[in-house]
Design a protein around this ligand. Sequence first.
Ligand code: SDX
Length: 378
Amino acid sequence: MTVCEYRAGLEGIPATQSSISFVDGQRGVLEYRGIGIEELAAKGNFLETAYLLIWGDLPTKEELELFEYEITYHRRLKYRIRDMMKCFPESGHPMDALQACAAALGLFYSRRALDDPTYIREAVVRLLAKIPTMVAAFQLMRKGNDPVQPRDDLGYAANFLYMLNEREPDPFPAHIFDVCLMLHAEHTINASTFSALVTASTLTDPYAVVASAVGTLAGPLHGGANEEVIVMLEEIGTVENVRPWLEKQLAQKGKIMGFGHRVYKVKDPRATILQQLAEQLFEKYGRDEYYDVAVELERAVEDNLGHKGIYPNVDFYSGLVYRKLGIPSDLFTPVFAISRTAGWLAHWKEQLNENRIFRPTQIYTGLHEATYVPIEHR
Ligand code: SDX
């Protein structure tokens, strides 16, 4: 066995073999099962994309109709999950609420028949179907309202916006949101997917796998960045303040949220599409006050950090789209989780095909043969 050198954050170290997605960070390429993200975003929809990622091929018309029916049928939450959510503090972060609810699902479906394709499909359907309902329910309940039941006559994206805003969205914003879900669904072995893999490799249940991944995605260096971007743009305030603000940030060695990536050293192709989606929404519903600030910040960061390969990532423009869709900023990362559940489940299923528990090694830097000093002598 060749022993690899230690790389902080496992940078550049393959942790698995996978055929689910491919990223070329130098050329800004992202493919789901070999299909370019641009083509999927232009021609597909989220549930079709989730099916492609999880089962490996685009579904036939019949397969997609059955999958959509199953997802629609399983959208409702057990009343005990809703009752549990009533005990959550309103001030709690929605990602913590989502992680608790995802784990709690396992209490109802804990049979770990991981060699049973029916069990696998049921888990996939339940998680994809119920996570949007959980996110929307927490939003209404933390405002002191009863959650609304999902509507079977609405598609996946439209139903989430309906449950969140208590009104049926226009088809155009619902379509824009569906494209956002496609863009965030999968991205090779990012931190939260790696958490999912490690958890899956112990053969625990898929609800624990997704709960583990949700907790990882919440961090501001990962999925939590989209919420931080809005805080940053609000702090900058005006186009005129962009470059003075950036100069100060860089002098303090601060990270610019929504920029940089372990793999992309050019603009994230998803950021390009999300920027186009933002502009389409602004054209129809009015510009976001911070869009010009964002565009100027992109220019300024390129001037100062482009030589280091630091460009916008998926989190930079997504928040501006979500704001225009009426999604509160602390729900941006839960929305990311709704989408990335597809990728996590695809990797969970792939890991089970040829599983070996993850157990890396370490380079020990501690003491040897140390002695125990009694407390009175410490
Ligand atoms: C996501 O992995 C995925 O695929 C993730 C994701 C997905 O779809 O799952 O794409 C989603 O998580 C996107 C990333 C969202 N996070 C942020 O926007 C937070 C800000 N970004 C940085 O924290 C950073 O770019 C990371 C965490 C994304 C990547 O970190 P790396 O690869 O460990 O890079 P690094 O921190 O070692 O930085 C390398 C250099 C450093 O400079 P030097 O010390 O070498 O001089 O680049 C600098 C860093 O200071 N740098 C930045 C920067 N990102 C890197 N400097 C300022 N602002 C930044 N955003």
